[in-house]
Design a protein around this ligand. Structure first.
Ligand code: PLP
Length: 397
């Protein structure tokens, strides 16, 4: 008998579990579309030139590694505020945004969740059905009851917007609503600008607590375009939360760079909120890391590197779009009778392909093509070398 005799094996993370299965697969043609990672046309994880340039600058004047302030690098937090709200925006100029560097976008969400648990201890959390699975786990761990609102409509191949709106309308005041700011994960379906206006009107009327998750800014239509929804919430006069992730947009997954921003009514309120975010951070991990944050701050705050980043981000976005089109064309050429053009109306890294669990299992076992059982495929892992094989294999199942 040990202290741990009664500890049961926890379920494997479904996506990381797929990765393990993929790595063990000996099929020479295997393709991993299960991940949430952007690969270039050679199937390689890119190391962005702007990141390398920033690291070169950092190496030229090496610095000792003391502890950072609890809320992170000041220049980083300022750059995040400008990126999310706009450098010349009223919230930034008036100082009413509280921003703290976080451990990836997940860390930003977690800081927000822990702070909200103190602020609104009895509130429920609403996430989309389906959502990034960690939303449920993260808010549950923070002590909340997590429920879903309708989102994906399989028959319509789109969003069940009426269902979503009805659920928001029925939510109790204070309910925390986690909204994907752009590039919905896992479905790839975003709501339109006009639908955002309706959501915002309900959020305001029902006094809900909006929490925007922005993990893919720049992967949809562009940095500004993808951030437009933030401007809509500002214009509506709402106070809200935004988590930011640079994992995908800087291809810095392992550096864990992200942030939480909270828009408050005024600067004095933002100062009080920030002091409380710091309490949460201090008790969780004390203070964030230096390297990734410095890279991102250097790129965002150096005009030439910033321009280079925007160019590289554009290349990633354009390549994903091209792969969507190739997938649609390739499936047609491979003999798929159904109209698959919905794949080009989806946005971001993922596609809900409409394939069912049996088809996804066959793709895996017979062809070495790995996607999730829900039919989610990472379009950003397709390339000119694997696309024909993927199309031909999908046609066969
Ligand atoms: N939010 C969503 C919707 C995501 O898809 C992801 C990553 O896949 C994250 C947050 C977390 O990002 P990070 O890896 O920076 O923690």
């Amino acid at each position: 008998m040990s202290l741990f005799t009664a500890v049961e094996m926890a379920p494997r993370d479904p996506i990381l579990g797929l990765n393990e299965q993929f790595n063990a697969d000996t099929n020479p043609n295997k393709v991993n579309l299960g991940v949430g990672v952007y690969y270039d046309d050679n199937g390689k994880l890119p190391l962005l030139a702007c990141v390398q340039a920033a690291e070169k600058l950092m190496m030229e004047s090496p610095k000792a590694r003391g502890y950072l302030p609890i809320d992170g690098i000041a220049a980083y937090d300022a750059a995040v505020k400008s990126l999310v709200f706009g450098a010349d925006s009223e919230p930034v100029k008036s100082g009413r945004v509280a921003t703290a560097q976080g451990i990836g976008g997940t860390g930003g969400l977690k800081i927000g969740a822990d702070f909200l648990k103190k602020l609104l201890p009895t509130a429920k959390v609403l996430i989309s059905d389906p959502s990034w699975e960690n939303h449920r786990a993260l808010f549950t761990q923070a002590g909340f009851v997590v429920e879903t609102h309708p989102y994906y409509d399989a028959a319509k191949r789109g969003v069940n917007f009426e269902g979503m709106l009805a659920a928001l309308n029925a939510a109790e005041a204070g309910t925390i609503v986690v909204l994907h700011a752009c590039c919905h994960n896992p479905t790839g379906y975003d709501i339109t600008a006009a639908q955002w206006d309706e959501v915002i009107a309900v959020v305001k009327a029902r006094k809900l607590t909006p929490f925007l998750d922005m993990a893919y800014q720049g992967f949809g239509h562009g940095i500004k375009e993808d951030g437009a929804v933030v401007g809509k919430f500002v214009a509506a006069g709402l106070c809200f939360f935004v988590s930011t992730s640079f994992s995908k947009s800087f291809s810095l997954y392992g550096e864990r760079v992200g942030a939480l921003s909270v828009l408050c009514e005024n600067k004095e309120e933002a100062d009080r909120v920030l002091s409380n975010l710091k309490l949460v951070i201090r008790a969780n991990y004390s203070n964030p890391q230096i390297h990734g944050g410095t890279v991102v701050a250097t790129v965002l705050n150096t005009p030439a590197l910033r321009a280079q980043w925007e160019q590289e981000l554009t290349e990633m976005r354009v390549r994903i779009k091209a792969m969507r089109q190739k997938l649609v064309d390739g499936l047609k050429a491979a003999g798929v009778k159904q109209d698959m053009s919905f794949i080009t109306t989806q946005i971001g890294m993922f596609s809900y392909s409409g394939l069912n669990k049996d088809q996804m299992v066959r793709l895996r076992s017979e062809f070495g093509i790995y996607g999730t059982d829900t039919g989610r495929m990472c379009v950003a892992a397709l390339n000119s070398k694997n696309i024909d094989y993927v199309c031909a294999s999908i046609a066969k199942v």
